[in-house]
Write a protein that binds this ligand. Structure first.
Ligand code: AN0
Ligand code: CP
Length: 318
């Protein structure tokens, strides 16, 4: 594998899952693979889990890691070509990217949707420039439209906890005060569509996702109806995708918060969220603290998804 930006890049998903479980059994069996190889992690946005789990995954493989927080200590970067750079930006991404490529073997990039221009976001303008100009394999640590390391960890977690071959997985929108990207829900939908699970998406009207990601999922506007018989409840907020409201919070309807009453409609479902989560907006204290909440093992699997991806990229470098 060269680049990793979406589920298709992994190739055979069942095989990738087998590799992930193999790594989970003994995460130090490939320490030679990454020897003298350097991972550069570039963050345009904040992170707790991605930063720590990806770095840990790289260390498990014997790699060295460098972390660059673009907004803390690096030169301010211009991203538009053709701009007369007489403002506050000292460097252009078109020089910065190939320079970054000089110091490493693999680059991870976190660059959220900016919600300024839908086309720039949905063509993955920033991530694709790294692919085009760095000369290195590039993987997404959450880009504008997808968060594949998260979705891979989510899939590993569902495989570990599922009690039936074909569980019912419900992704529900939940309220949040700020405009959040569609990357996590898009990506989760893309990965769920690559399995044979029963997959339902529920959200208020106006929060429809890009049909390309919804795929063959059932969309149900009645949250309670959607949750009936669910084996997994995957909560997430996202801002509107549809024009003219792209990137906007169109409501903060707290009746969509996942609470004990909603969970009682399910088949004793497990509760999942990628974190960070705002308690009593997305989910109540009671639900996230309940024995059915698997948000911590889900986060723990981020190390496994990252290590599986890095291993596959390292194998491609040989
Ligand atoms: C981000 C998002 O919703 O995409 C990161 C989640 C992993 N969340 C926030 O910005 C709060
Ligand atoms: N879930 C996730 O990617 O978390 P961070 O934003 O903290 O990395």
């Amino acid at each position: 594998m060269r680049h990793f930006t979406c589920v298709q890049d992994l190739g055979d998903l069942k095989q990738a899952l087998r590799e992930a479980f193999e790594i989970k059994k003994d995460r130090f069996q490939f320490t030679e693979l990454g020897k003298n190889k350097t991972l550069l992690m570039v963050f345009f946005n904040s992170s707790l889990r991605t930063r720590l789990s990806t770095q840990k995954a790289a260390m498990n493989l014997g790699m060295n890691t460098i972390v660059l927080d673009v907004n803390q200590g690096a030169w301010k970067l211009e991203t538009e070509r053709g701009v007369i750079m007489d403002g506050d930006k000292s460097e252009h991404l078109l020089e910065a990217i190939p320079v970054m490529g000089c110091y490493c073997d693999i680059i991870g990039v976190r660059s959220f949707a900016r919600f300024e221009n839908k086309e720039d976001d949905y063509t993955e303008k920033i991530l694709n420039q790294f692919i085009q100009y760095s000369g290195r394999p590039v993987f997404s640590m959450e880009a504008a439209t997808r968060h594949p390391l998260q979705s891979f960890a989510d899939l590993i977690t569902i495989e570990e906890y599922k009690k039936t071959e074909r569980p019912k997985v419900v992704m529900t929108w939940a309220p949040h005060p700020k405009a959040l990207p569609q990357a996590v829900p898009n990506s989760f939908a893309e990965w769920m569509n690559a399995t044979d699970y029963e997959f339902v998406i529920t959200h208020p009207e106006g929060y429809e996702l890009d049909p390309k990601f919804v795929g063959h999922a059932r969309v149900e506007y009645d949250q309670k109806k959607a949750l009936e018989g669910a084996d997994f409840v995957y909560a997430k907020n996202w801002a509107a995708y549809k024009d003219p409201n792209y990137g906007k919070v169109i409501n903060m309807d707290r009746s969509w918060t996942v609470d004990t009453e909603k969970m009682a409609l399910t088949n004793n479902a497990y509760f999942m969220h990628c974190l960070p989560v705002r308690r009593n907006m997305i989910v109540t204290d009671d639900v996230i603290e309940s024995p059915q909440s698997i948000v911590i093992p889900e986060a723990a699997n981020r190390e496994i998804s990252a290590q599986t991806v890095l291993k596959k990229i390292l194998e491609g470098l040989q």
